[in-house]
Design a protein around this ligand. Sequence first.
Ligand code: NAD
Ligand code: MG
Length: 381
Amino acid sequence: MKHIAILGSTGSIGKQTLNIVDQNKDELKVVALAAGSNINELEHQARKYRPSIVAVWDQEKAADLKQRLSDIEVDVYSGMDGLLAVATAEKAEMLVTAIVGMIGIRPTIAAIEAGKDIALANKETLVTAGHIIMPLAKKHNVRILPVDSEHSAIFQSLNGERGNKIDKIILTASGGPFRGKTYEELEKVTVEDALKHPNWSMGKKITIDSSTMVNKGLEVMEAKWLFDVSLGQIEVVVHPQSILHSAVQFMDGAIIGQMGTPDMRLPILYALFYPERRTLYAEELDLFSVGTMTFERPDMETFFGLSLAYDAADAGGNVPTIYNAANEKAVAMFLDGRISYVEIPEIIASSMMEVFYKENPTLEEILETEKATYEFIESRW
Ligand code: NAD
Ligand code: MG
């Protein structure tokens, strides 16, 4: 039996992780769950999976949930203490980080320090604190297993290739709902348009990020940390069918990739049971119905959020944090109707120019950078 804890259990990745638990009842047991505010769903999950700890970010809602769950044996926490309690839950061997945003940094660090393996979906944590997380994981001898579909594909492609030289990583991107559009067309994009992803069904923030290509930018930085390659070795390739989930090109020119349907449960399953594979009860990929796979260069001028990610990664220090924090804030403002769609990358670019620079930031400095970025944006927009 493998015991797991989940940060963000009521979200898209969180629920799909619980579906994998349902499919593997004899081998997986949920011991702790955390969510932001959806206590109806969390109550249902607590009754079904019987974890010993649940956490809700919102304090009042946590009190409400505690009341509702008074008939079962479970500890209910709130706020950052709650996230930390779930992340370090004694019985868990693995933490699934399915929370959205850089709020995941502290619990992820705490889980690593407590010796938990990490199934990492929460890419914002690695983008902003990769220089802290990766050495820490090594020090505590814990695994960081990628859940992001592209990174899982790369991870699978590297199996058995230990020591063989990577020429480059081919990071595929669907191109999102606005592939092929001009800047002028993007100026008219509404929240509703941006929330329609052609291939994947995901949380709101990552759906917007996919449409701006900022998601791919974050993934470039995520890949850099996970696979220890240089920026120049990471090539983004637009592949609208989302069948080849990413690939590795080796020194001899061989390209090894992983293909599958666009179903996040495969990378989740792979991370949970690595290095073993299990049956996934889902639709299998049928190459006859796929028919054709196409590849194109990304339009980094129109979707300049992607090229800003390369700039941020190249600048290093706290600049990836500025990039990420500015994006988190800008996406929230766009979803609230406070800014237009094309202002998202503009806000990121201005923040990268205006917020203070810090080399090799500590955790405190990363959080200060986030705060300074938010303040800068609030003062200008
Ligand atoms: P989502 O919005 O559907 O779910 C987010 C979850 O985090 C929810 O359970 C929410 O309650 C919880 N949460 C948010 N703020 C919280 C807080 N302060 N305290 C406690 N819980 C909080 O998001 P998602 O699409 O599942 O994405 C989660 C992460 O996985 C993101 O980092 C995303 O980039 C990454 N990811 C998602 C997908 C996907 O297909 N959805 C694919 C690859 C990577
Ligand atoms: Mg991805």
